[in-house]
Design a protein around this ligand. Sequence first.
Ligand code: BES
Ligand code: MN
Ligand code: ZN
Length: 493
Amino acid sequence: MKIKLKKRQEISFKKNKFYFLPFFSGEKIKFDGFEDKSDILKEASLVKEGKSKMFFSDNSDFYLVNLGEKKNWNQRKFLVNLRKAVLVLKENRNKEAVFVLDRIIPEKADLPNLTKQLSENILLAFYEFVRYKKKPKEGWHKINIIEIVWPDNLKYQKELDNGIIVGRAVNFTRDLSNTPGKDMTPQGLVEAAKKVKNEGNNISLEVFDEKKLKKLSMGGILGVSQGSVLKPRLIILKYFGRAKSKEIDLSFVGKGITFDTGGLDIKPFDSMKGMYMDMSGGSAVLGAILAISKIKIPLNIICLIPAVENMPSGEALRQGDILRSYSGKTIEVLSTDAEGRIILADAISYSIKNHKPKIIVDVATLTGASLVALGYRATALFTNILNTEELIRVGEDSGDYVWPLPCWEEYEEEIKGTFADVANLGKYLKQGGAISGALFLKYFVEDNPWIHLDIAPTMASIENQGLAKGSTGSGTRYLIKLAQDFQKIEKNL
Ligand code: BES
Ligand code: MN
Ligand code: ZN
């Protein structure tokens, strides 16, 4: 699929295409290049606020959308409308499309970022997970070209190209997350990491197997994995975008539970449903570093993905077991279903000790409680860096929306262990469960600058987002944007 930015004057009506024609209500409807097509203008004037209509004329498809009033414009709404248009285009199976958008971008819009979002969101909306489906006779639908009438079309080619890199990376993340647990095993994640290493720039890969994990005393990763026949791995990818320096700017740690049954504290039917996606933090890290290395962001970044399956069996972790983590701190296992934090603890401590990153960022489908707190529309953000406003802005600009929850010192007493240093379950069980999860990680992070993204809320898509069923790839865009804005964020530490 090609995406091209065009000037108003370059567009004229041609048959057999799909035209996306959005407009504001309360303004005179005007589509440049379509002045002589009065039937379309008339049809558009009949579409009510917030509604859309398909109109067929001259062998072409016209998708008319009334966006409401111009003063109510915002980037979020614009992007949802854009994605929905791509879905309609896909359903119509047109191969060529023209999106006439220049008159619906208000002056206040952040055009560079919006241009990046444009190509990115077209790819996100077009994506569908079809790996296990029979190819239809007519083949999977392909779009040859989308031409976009856009303000200042020549200025933003770089942003458009970056959006394509990012969109592809998020879809790569979604492919990994959508792959069932049978195929996306710990070794499956290693294979994905190999692909990232081969396709990216300046990336090296190291994989710790069970023997090495034992040698390093990674009791957390080993403990959670012991019930499964699949052996654990710790995947370490190193991206040196700043070759002259050995200093590590960022460390990305992604939860890689390839299937979460809950272990002996087994999950009921409804809760186990999407648990093949419990490695979505890990896949977000893989997608992000791939894009970062392609954009060639000048930073040094280490990625760590503990990859483990959480299964019950005669050899599984029990309630009350005490694990000695890599850091030496002991963990009291009060629930075998709070496993993500245990494997992350080892990876976080390893990175702090061996890489000394300026900021450590973990991404994890950590708690159902974060979903209870926020619904499906925001990732939970925790940090011991003071400036949360800046971190919310990164979410807004990237399209991966985040919202902060506290990780105050007062909460610490809730995860104190009785017979070990720390418990993997809060004293008040699921009350404030997202916070207990974060505090557990913070206990291992200590005073190192840290950001924790609990992506359980945004792991899977919901209706009306203009996204296919399954994984959203959430976290991927956040990490990329964080890397792009690193200098700014570092200053505020
Ligand atoms: N992977 C789950 C969290 C989850 C739930 C992710 C729903 C995505 C959607 C995690 O390992 C888990 O089981 N958490 C428990 C923690 C509890 C035992 C303290 C939970 O949320 O119930
Ligand atoms: Mn669990
Ligand atoms: Zn889990």
